[in-house]
Design a protein around this ligand. Structure first.
Ligand SMILES: *Cc1c(COP(=O)(O)O)cnc(C)c1O
Length: 433
């Protein structure tokens, strides 16, 4: 498999190159030259295959010759070390819980796959790989955990001081070893800007193999297909499900759309959004008009200009009518989101986190308008990660899973820094040398 930059179709690179580089030098996102069709027998046998076999078969064509099969299998074993249960909430609505990984976030799977691939490539190029990320919360924790003690990698995480939750901050700052947290005296945009400047900095580019760990990276993006197939393997109805995805940068839903193109039987997708509704408006009007972000209770979806939007249009040859055949979108307010958390807790005794609540609302409305359908919403985070919202609404504490309890007890270890590029660049060079 080869990959091209969406800005320039003629320059092709392999999986290794695209994964190490993250984003092409022309700033384009990498995209596979073809979407593999999955075997009919593979699709029919999903129910009888293990999670590992499913993950291995899905990623094999994308990895191409970049990683030998026995190594890819080992990477899969380390990536998929937790469950993805499908649970029923109402008569027609199910949730695929993606939050049983080490940091209770769906991002664990993609981050773990990426970390193992980069660890393998670091060995083969005989050099350390430096991963630089800005986080507003969940990405940093998943990345810190996934890369912890992966040989050949150094991870530097920038997060906005005072703007992440206590659990999230502990997940970022308590690992040690090759994980370094910089607490930036600024907001998320300031962190993001410093990371962007670093990726464009000639000296850093010359001295280090420096890459990102967000869903721009093909390894993280494409491996997310795996849990769509694992979800499908638990689906017992003849008719295919409608799938609703809480969407921010649209990496997750775009992976699902790729899986559908490969043959996975998903009837329709819904991109569920909070009031940051640039994609909802795009489908309604045909115009893509990014705006500045608005803060909501589902803050991992507070994105005004989703980075994977270009991949969705690329997948459907830039024809909006094709996009609309596969995806609808809807947007919901915080009041509606909180109402859904309360309703589902009161009537079904299930605790939705604010992101899953948005995707619940979108799915419920779609099924109301298209009776006879059944659907799956993706549970992208455990409700315990958003205690201030969830506990206020359900009026009781969310039981803390073991993974979180251990982390909260540890001491924070972060370096407080001004949002100054020259200073942070010097720190990076000092950390990685
Ligand atoms: C990151 C995140 C999202 C958004 O996922 P994208 O792939 O960026 O669309 C949704 N929910 C939660 C809890 C997240 O952490």
């Amino acid at each position: 498999m080869k990959y091209y930059s969406i800005n320039n179709r003629s320059a092709l690179v392999d999986f290794k190159h695209a994964t190490i580089e993250g984003q092409a030098a022309d700033k384009g996102l990498y995209f596979p030259t073809e979407i593999p069709k999955w075997n009919k027998s593979f699709l029919k046998e999903l129910k009888d295959l293990s999670k590992l076999q499913i993950g291995f078969e899905i990623m094999k064509p994308y990895v191409g010759g970049s990683i030998p099969e026995d190594q890819l299998w080992k990477i899969m074993e380390e990536t998929i070390s937790f469950d993805f249960p499908l649970k029923q909430i109402t008569q027609n609505i199910f949730i695929l819980e993606l939050f049983h990984g080490p940091t209770l976030a769906f991002k664990d799977l993609g981050a773990r796959f990426l970390s193992r691939c980069l660890g393998y490539f670091a060995k083969s190029i005989g050099s350390k790989i430096t991963v630089l990320v800005a986080t507003s919360g969940d990405t940093g924790g998943a990345v810190a955990d996934a890369f912890y003690k992966v040989e050949g990698t150094e991870v530097i995480i920038l997060y906005p001081s005072g703007k992440v939750s206590n659990v999230q901050e502990k997940q970022l700052t308590t690992m040690g070893d090759n994980i370094h947290a910089l607490e930036v005296e600024g907001d998320f945009d300031a962190c993001q800007q410093i990371v962007k400047t670093a990726f464009a900095d000639p000296e850093l580019k010359e001295k280090l193999f420096i890459t990102s760990a967000n869903s721009i990276n093909i390894s993280r993006w494409l491996s997310q297909q795996i849990y769509y197939a694992i979800g499908q393997s638990q689906w017992t109805y003849d008719e295919a499900p409608v799938v609703s995805v809480p969407s921010g940068n649209f990496g997750n839903i775009c992976a699902g759309l790729v899986a559908q193109k490969s043959g996975l039987e998903i009837k329709h997708f819904i991109a569920a959004c909070n009031v940051n509704d640039v994609f909802t408006r795009y489908l309604a009007t045909g115009n893509y008009n990014p705006t500045s972000t608005q803060a909501t209770v589902s803050n991992a979806m507070d994105v005004g200009n989703p980075s994977n939007f270009v991949r969705i249009t690329e997948l459907y040859n830039h024809k909006i009518d094709e996009v609309k055949k596969h995806v609808s979108s809807d947007s919901f307010s915080d009041a509606a989101t909180e109402g859904a958390i309360k309703k589902i807790f009161d009537t079904c005794h299930y605790i939705l986190d604010p992101h899953a609540a948005v995707s619940y609302l979108a799915l419920e409305k779609y099924i109301d308008q298209h009776p006879g359908n059944k659907g799956i919403l993706l549970g992208t985070a455990h409700p315990v990660k958003f205690p201030s919202v969830v506990e206020r609404i359900i009026q009781q504490e969310v039981p803390i899973p073991g993974q979180v309890e251990n982390v909260i007890k540890k001491d924070k270890n972060a370096m407080l820094v001004a949002p100054n590029f020259a200073l942070i660049k010097a720190l990076i060079l000092q950390i990685v040398k």
